[in-house]
Write a protein that binds this ligand. Structure first.
Ligand code: SAH
Ligand code: SF4
Length: 422
């Protein structure tokens, strides 16, 4: 063992060092520190990102001595752990996930998440329509146009086996949030800390393990729409995208990141080689209303955000989504819809209308159903694709903006909460 490692090992109470989250080059340097050959890094990548093992002892391809040395030096796999699960009548599951330092975040699983406009917030539906019926059918019977009479069940993922076509996982990027949107429950927590890239990607791995998902066989979409503002934790968010896309195996085209609008980060994001789809939380049709409900507008005005969004080099089937939370009497009137049309008229855009989900201590009212219909109709008639996002998991507080710790903080073991009715 090198002196450096001995020093690490002797530090009493030093925080655990997670392998999960390290990129291959970093694992290679680590292995060199332990006097190992570079190929060991590849073995660790295979074990933690492909097999998604939970403990170093399960990485049986490594010699026992090396596993002991790693453990002795304070290393763990460090995949976050699901400590509570609540299941909704609509199949949505909400998890409380515990990180190494005991902080918790929430992650949501939405099986059969059927496209952004229909409920899960993802924007991957265009690709899905184009590839439907092809992907996952890796058996010789899966020729397009030929009915798959004899599917080889070894090629069917766990998701499909349980009757779902796909699932979307909604992940958190921070413990709490600093942005302080007036209608959002997460805002009430304030910001505690940023998540590391490993902790962001680790939520996905933990949920995939829970459901026995086989990457490449099951269709998984990701939305960065849980707790926190991903663009205020930019580098770690990008690291998580790299881990997820290149190592865990979920392509970035299946990911959507939602931002409240951090202008410099949007410009930076536009230049990224690995870039998920973008959703901007517009939420108001002019700066005055937006400032009231999203005080961050004082810093970056709508026009500046739209200019930044226009720098995105959009792919052929790509459009930018504008999320618009409808708050009764605040931003849901016909003149607001006209202003939205005016703002977005020269953009390849679509609007996801989200009926505001109430929460304790938040003083807004839900929009009237007829106002929601009129708003959507006006946008569509004005030439703007507009969808109403179906709320998911409302009964378990898993819908948009409802991710606040409503479950107990220190559970003993995994607690399963099943709600029978809404
Ligand atoms: N911080 C990022 C992503 C997380 S919030 C952002 O704000 O974009 C994801 C979406 O939920 C955002 O569009 C946000 O406007 C919306 N949202 C927040 N609170 C909500 C609530 N109570 N009801 C409905 N949508 C809400
Ligand atoms: Fe943060 Fe998004 Fe909630 Fe605003 S809506 S407080 S940015 S999580």
């Amino acid at each position: 063992m090198s002196n450096k490692i001995k020093a690490i090992a002797s530090e009493v109470g030093s925080p655990p060092r997670a392998l999960f989250g390290m990129l291959p080059a970093e694992l290679k340097s680590l292995m060199e520190e332990f006097g190992q050959k570079g190929y060991r890094a590849g073995q660790i990548v295979e074990a933690i990102y492909h097999q998604r093992v939970a403990g170093i002892d399960e990485v049986t391809v490594l010699p026992v001595g090396l596993r002991e040395e790693l453990t002795g030096a304070g290393y763990t796999v460090g995949m976050p752990e699901i400590v509570q699960a609540a299941r909704s009548v609509d199949g949505t599951e909400r998890y409380l996930i515990r990180l190494a330092d005991g902080e918790t975040v929430e992650t949501v699983w939405m099986p059969d998440g059927d496209g952004g406009e229909r409920g899960d917030g993802s924007e991957a539906s265009a690709e899905e329509e184009a590839t439907d019926g092809l992907e996952g059918n890796t058996s010789e019977f899966a020729v397009p146009g030929v009915v798959a009479q004899k599917r080889d069940l070894r090629n069917v993922g766990a998701l499909e086996m349980s009757g779902y076509r796909r699932a979307t996982i909604c992940i958190s990027s921070q413990v709490g949030c600093a942005v302080n949107c007036q209608f959002c429950l997460t805002a009430k927590l304030g910001i505690k800390r940023n998540l590391t890239g490993g902790e962001i990607a680790g939520q996905v791995a933990a949920v995939l393990n829970r459901h026995g998902v086989k990457i490449g066989k099951d269709r998984i979409n990701l939305v960065f729409m849980g707790m926190g503002e991903p663009f205020l934790n930019y580098d770690e968010f990008i690291r998580s995208v790299e881990l997820l896309a290149r190592h865990i195996g979920i392509p970035e085209s299946r990911m959507t990141v939602s931002t409240s609008g951090i202008e410099p980060a949007i410009r930076r994001f536009a230049q990224e080689p690995l870039r998920p789809k973008l959703a901007l939380s517009l939420n108001a049709s002019n700066d005055e209303v937006r400032e009231q409900i999203m005080p961050i507008t004082r810093k970056w005005k709508i026009a500046a955000l739209l200019e930044a969004v226009k720098t995105l080099p959009l792919g052929k089937r790509e459009w930018v989504t504008f999320e618009y939370v409808l708050l009764g009497g605040v931003n849901d009137q016909p003149h607001h819809a006209r202003e939205v049309l005016d703002l977005l008229k020269d953009m390849r855009a679509k609007v996801n209308l989200i009926v505001w989900n109430p929460g304790p201590g938040i003083d807004y009212t839900q929009p009237k159903p007829e106002d929601v219909q009129v708003f959507q109709k006006m946008l569509i008639e004005g030439g703007m694709p507009a969808y109403i996002r179906r709320p998911r998991g409302r009964d378990i507080y898993a819908a948009c903006g409802q991710l606040k710790r409503t479950m107990s903080e220190e559970p003993a073991g995994l607690v399963e909460i099943q709600r029978a009715s809404v």
